[in-house]
Design a protein around this ligand. Structure first.
Ligand code: B12
Length: 149
């Protein structure tokens, strides 16, 4: 028998440790759930250790970092290095987006974050469709029903 359930991601949605904004997370959770994905929203001001231990325990198919307070580039670079150094999370695609710096987040910020280890960076000009399109692309790339549950 074919499994006809739609493939969907199990996503951990988080922000960085310094960021107390929440409506960005609410918006993204709704967007991603509407696209059919399962979302665990960790809420505001997530300590690096909590993110690392949750990712190691839940083994999501993607991690999305949303940050708008202007410290995202700095905090994001720190946490992605730890995620990519940890064998439990090194293989999991991690993306970041929002208002990433205090100046206009240009290509330089995005390039730094990609260099630090993010698989994708979405700047202020990105819209939700780019994110859901990217996630759909990962499913096509892997084509693995292990993503759904
Ligand atoms: C509400 C608000 C607050 C509230 C938050 C309440 C809450 N429960 O969330 C309070 C008062 C607590 C607050 C505090 C602060 N805030 Co404030 N806040 C705002 C405000 C007015 C609206 C934010 C919001 O809720 N927007 C609605 C959501 C839905 O939109 P969004 O956050 O922009 O997210 C969208 C996009 O960024 C994008 N997106 C976000 N993440 C991601 C991720 C991906 C992958 C993708 C694809 C897209 C994406 O999609 C979302 C929907 O379109 C903005 C200004 C503004 N008009 O944007 C400032 C703003 C974000 N705050 C700002 C600042 C500086 C602060 C403080 C540092 C102020 C201070 N000195 O104390 C503190 C931060 C404290 C901390 N530890 O983080 C700055 C950030 C500056 C920067 N990045 O350059 C802003 C931009 C105001 C400004 N113009 O200066 N804030």
């Amino acid at each position: 028998m074919f499994d006809i359930r739609p493939l969907r991601h199990r996503i951990i949605l988080t922000t960085v440790s310094s960021d107390s904004h929440t409506w960005n997370l609410v918006y993204l959770q709704l967007l991603l759930e509407e696209a059919g994905h399962h979302v665990h929203n960790l809420g505001a001001c997530v300590p690096d250790d909590v993110l690392l231990s949750t990712v190691a325990a839940e083994r999501p198919s993607a991690v999305i970092v949303s940050t708008v307070n202007g410290h995202g580039a700095m905090d994001g670079a720190r946490v992605i290095r730890r995620l990519k150094e940890d064998p439990a999370s090194a293989h999991i695609p991690v993306m970041i987006g929002g208002k990433l710096g205090v100046a206009e987040a240009g290509d330089a910020v995005a390039a730094d974050l990609l260099l630090a280890g993010f698989d994708a960076v979405f700047t202020e000009v990105s819209d939700g469709a780019e994110l859901t399109g990217y996630l759909a692309g990962l499913i096509l790339e892997w084509g693995s029903p292990a993503l759904s549950r």
